[in-house]
Design a protein around this ligand. Structure first.
Ligand code: FAD
Ligand code: NAD
Length: 471
């Protein structure tokens, strides 16, 4: 008999949610994770809790408060002299949040009787995992099923190698001890924009170099264009079509050379963040060695129910690709756990929401107009600007809009795109509506409280049929 019904490798959002669901369903579950805090103790929660979603949002909130006090407080009749930033205090607050949340996962594991191992896991056969602890001590465990949730790591580019001092990845950028006067960022994706925003709000001169000619190429074009305009107003310097050719470090500054449409350009900065994407993490896992298929881009190949090419071994989260998002990984894990328990389980990839936590926030679910045009699907659009929202005006940020796209013939919702304050929260209604296969008319007939930002969704839904009240 195997030691466990299930061994989960990795305790990021994909792995820990899976382990908890497996345990809830009565499976004897172990979870192995190698992450440790500066004291060498386990720090469950993976990238998301330790160096990703949570710390970035903590700093985004702190920097938002500072920016608010600097730029908007006076209009509210609030005056503050000698406004200062204490980066150490800001970082301490962020670290405390990480500590509370990572310890929270340990408590959840205990409550669900999940056995947690700290160490690096290696698959030795299709039913056996070897764990190497921090002190080098080895242990072997067996299981009926193994779930790989080893996540992803930042992509490195040879022309800008990270050194943890001058050139850093996202984890380094979340740990700056002082504010760089001039900050460069390579990559205008979610990380580049969020972390660029943090330091821009705190007063750094931020320049983001993006290789692609389009800003946020996968977002709705109207939303992306409006977002880019707003970010420019905030002082974020975003150069599109910028092909970085070299970086050199001398005299305490970094010179980044890049080629744009016009000519070769030089950017001189005090710190440089490389945020050009993340790659699957299978290093040292032994997956390929036991016959698990890995594709050319390094992602573990999975089929139905996220089973790998070896029966009984599953893979979920960033390591299998698709949207590299915490909620996508967690849902995948729950699906696998319920499948293992013999339940009918399915996940709806079409309704995975995307959110970028800039100001304004950008959030969407479903198709963009550009995707529908390419697919030859006829659609109608309703668009409502936050400028016409009473709640947005009272709040003091009227930038952005809601765009609702419905199928022309059936009125079925196909995509909802939001640029604005609290878009990250507003998108939940959109996800639910699309998940329930609602029509724009369903949203238009749903009563939304007044005054709320969600009224903009109601209005945009009315707009699909040309009957908005406030615009
Ligand atoms: P991970 O979170 O990467 O966890 C994998 C775990 O496996 C790690 O703890 C790792 O140590 C462990 N591991 C790996 N190999 C082994 C091994 N051999 N043995 C033992 N343990 C191993 N996503 C969002 O949805 N919203 C956001 O706001 C957001 N913000 C982000 C901000 C930043 C700066 C970054 C970097 C990412 C952000 N993401 C966000 C992405 C999100 O963090 C990832 O999509 C998510 O963490 C993936 O979850 P996962 O469980 O698949 O992998
Ligand atoms: P990304 O894929 O979102 O963006 C990387 C950007 O870098 C792209 O626009 C790409 O064109 C550009 N790029 C690539 N190579 C380049 C080069 N050599 N020079 C200039 N530009 C280059 O990746 P990311 O921002 O690093 O984020 C990694 C993952 O983490 C993403 O999958 C993202 O979904 C996830 N994440 C999500 C959130 C969120 O949900 N709010 C926040 C942060 C990160």
């Amino acid at each position: 008999m195997a030691d466990y019904n299930v061994i989960v490798i990795g305790a990021g959002p994909a792995g820990y949610a899976t382990a908890i669901r497996c345990a809830q369903l009565g499976m004897k579950t172990a979870c192995i994770d190698k992450w440790s805090n500066p004291a060498g103790k386990p720090s469950l929660g993976g990238t998301c809790l330790n160096v990703g979603c949570i710390p970035s949002k903590a700093l985004l909130d702190s920097s938002h408060h500072y920016e608010f006090m600097q730029t908007q407080a006076v209009a509210h009749g609030i005056q503050c002299e000698n406004l200062n930033i204490d980066i150490a205090a800001m970082q301490a607050r962020k670290n405390k949040i990480i500590k509370i949340l990572t310890q929270g996962i340990a408590i959840l594991f205990k409550k669900n009787k999940i056995i947690s191992f700290q160490g690096t896991a290696r698959l030795s056969t299709d039913k056996q995992v070897e764990i190497t602890a921090l002190d080098g001590h080895k242990k072997t465990l067996t299981a009926d099923n193994i779930i790989i949730a080893t996540g992803s790591v930042p992509v490195q580019i040879p022309i800008a190698p990270t050194d943890d001092k001058w050139i850093v990845d996202s984890a380094g950028a979340l740990a700056f001890e002082s504010q760089p006067k001039r900050l460069g960022v390579i990559g205008a994706g979610a990380i580049g924009l969020e972390l660029g925003s943090v330091w821009n709000r705190l007063g750094s001169q931020v320049t983001i170099l993006e290789a692609l000619p389009d800003f946020l190429a996968t977002a709705d074009r109207k939303i992306a264009t409006a977002a880019q305009r707003e970010m420019k107003k905030q002082g974020l310097n975003i150069h599109l079509g910028a092909n970085v050719t070299s970086t050199t470090i001398a005299n305490d500054e970094i010179t980044v050379t890049y080629q744009d449409k016009k000519a070769e350009q030089k950017l001189i900065v005090d710190k440089l963040i490389v945020a050009v994407g993340r790659k699957p993490n299978t290093e040292g896992l032994g997956a390929a060695e036991i016959g698990i298929e890995i594709n050319a881009r390094g992602f573990i190949q999975v089929k139905e129910h996220r089973e790998t090419t070896i029966p009984g071994i599953y893979a979920i989260g960033d390591v299998i690709g698709g949207p590299m998002l915490a909620h996508k990984g967690s849902e995948e894990g729950v699906m696998v756990a319920e499948h293992l328990a013999g339940q009918l389980s399915k996940m709806s990839y079409e309704t995975v929401p995307y959110v970028i936590y800039t100001r304004p926030e950008i959030a969407w679910v479903g198709k963009t107009e550009e995707q529908l045009k390419a697919a030859g699907i006829e659609y109608k659009v309703g668009q409502f600007p936050f400028m016409a929202s009473g709640r947005a005006r009272a709040y003091g940020d009227t930038s952005g809009m809601v765009r609702i796209i419905a199928e022309a013939q059936t009125d079925r919702l196909l995509g909802i795109h939001i640029l604005g304050t609290s878009a990250s929260e507003l998108i939940a209604e959109a996800v639910l509506a699309i998940e329930l296969k609602s029509s724009a008319e369903d949203l238009a007939r749903t009563i939304h409280a007044h005054p709320t930002l969600s009224e903009a969704i109601h209005e945009a839904a009315l707009g699909v049929d040309g009957r908005m009240i406030h615009a």
